[in-house]
Design a protein around this ligand. Sequence first.
Ligand code: MOS
Length: 726
Amino acid sequence: MPNIKNKTGVGQAIDRVEGHLKVMGMAKYSTEFPVKNKVYGQGINSTIAKGEIVSIDTSEAEKLPGVLKVITYKNAEKLNTFDQVPTAISTTTIAPVLQSNKVHYYGEYIGLVVAETFEQAQHAARLVKFEYRKDPNPAIHLDKHEGKAYKPKDMEDYVLGNLEAGLSAADEVVDVTYTTPIEHQHPMELHAIIATWDNGKVMAYATQQMVNDATIAISDTFQIPKKNVRIISAFVGGGFGSKLNTERHVIMAVMAAKMVGKPVQVTVTRHQMFTNTGLRQFNIQKMKVGAKKDGTLTALAHETLSHTSPTQEFQEPCGQVTKMLYKVPNNRVTYRLVPLNIQTPFAMRAPGEATGSFALESAMDEMAWKLKMDPIDFRIKNDTQVDLSEKKPFSSRLLVECLRIGAEKFGWKERSMEPRTKRNGNWLIGYGVSAASRQAPYQKTNAKVILALEGNKVNATVRMDGTDIGTGSYTIIAQTASEYLKIPVEQVTVELGDSEFPVTPGSGGSWGAASYCNAVMAACENAVKTLRENRNIKEEEEVPLAKLLKRNQLKQFEADGSAEPSKEFNDHSVYSFGANFSEVWVDKDTGMYRIKRMVNVGAAGKILNPKTAYGQIIGGLTMGAGMVIAEQSRIEPNFGNFITRSFADYHVPVNLDMANIEVVFLPEDDKIANKMGVKGIGELGITSVAASIANAIFNATGKRMRELPITPEKLISAAVEPNVAS
Ligand code: MOS
């Protein structure tokens, strides 16, 4: 029974329990742990995109005071390397580094200098001289190498029905291509680690989203037992996917610690984060949509062409949304990859959905316009309660409700169907809508709760290896314990991010909240149940926790709990849904535009804490707006280096760019998803935002923008679509 008197249990908008630590600078991020005798490593990056190192001169660097070691492929520890190239990248893949003289992309690590101070290491790193045999033709641009496209190993072509037949049966066809640029995650906290090697044992303070997976990657790379690796990641200053896997600076730090016999700190600079900690790949998405005059979809196709590195393979699943969002009998989703001399891409917030929904939800808007149908009506007409790609019902799906309620909140009826007709002086005003869906996975998770009686009060400590990447995990875990132990949240201490704590899937993929909290609930319920059973307490008798411990004559008691997907979960398709609405004002002469208002309506199961959930959504909306207004990482076309090297040229939205935002959560309690009824929310907020803004730009200007970001100069030079009256 939930305790209705409990003002700090689940569903309450309490402040972050760790908030005061953060504002006082007392929350310890990886490199803030006091580790005695630590020294500093500075990575050195290649300055060619492809070729071989032919000579290395370390003499000048080694002469400098404080320099302890210069590590290159010549003297590096032998590590486990890939059996097959390309290897699929995952959150547990090994991360061999400094193993050969080959260079695969500009900025690849080719050395590490270890010195007593950070400044000495940085200075010395610049004095190490590399000579290369340079390959004159690195592959930098996707469009020049389309001929090398291949089908990624893990991504089968998806076919439902017969696409060509579906297109022939259509009254209208949309056949268009969308492109999205390379983007970088750029969490505020730089990637960093302090690693110690002691007698074959690794101890590391590292900023990682998934500590258990990091222990696997490190132990597999060094071929040591997993139990010999301990990772602490108590606070993580954002990850957005870039800290899901174990990057090579982690391996270099461990290697250096082993070689110099001291703890080594390696910080990846902001500049290095463009080439060494993952990126969202450049995607070319070809969309085909077929529909009858009445708006019934007859065909949908989504072909994604993208790039990966020469050594590892990754493709974000852009077509995922196209497989499940609408009722369409003929559907095709494919992926092709081209190896380029650019670092391996990896997951960035809502990998697949963020970019894929830009293509799908723009194409749906294009079709609605062709049919002269309201884009909300068009979507509702093609709603489905069954995931046709999985042949499973959705556990819950309030997409239609999100669209309808959002339309009401937003004032959709004030929209003018015909572009260029709603104006205010020089401003062309447009309204846009898009539908959002994001998988809400749930994974096996373990937790421990320790109860301690102090006077008449019980203090509880929850331990798990899960992480809080800024999302509010500490808070919702504390609230869950408060709820199921029926004690105030102030009496709950949450300890996270230590690989010696019970194993969890870590934070990523929008599975954190559901996984963590269901396991904590199980641990708390186990504790209470055991204490009651020990004293044969009857079901109807209410006994507060403190009394329960006293009746058991215990001062301290601990219990474990775990949670994992049920058969019912596996028999359903479990997604969170949402709808985005944007109002955009475009200056008709300069192409400058402002996002004036946004409304986001989400249905993501039970909302554990409306305040932290709201934070997740506005963060997602901001990243979604960033996709449209600014974010792109640019590569120099001949040399292959990123010419966006800092926030001076990689632009992200600031407060002034952001609209008035209204966020609404529809009440939902999805008991098929899991016992607590929780679905994921961390990635829902970014999904389809870009399409709602681009669709609003079309509604304002009659210009269909199919390439992100939509910068003012692109907008001025774009033509008004031929079927728009002007
Ligand atoms: Mo997320 S891209 O799984 O951190």
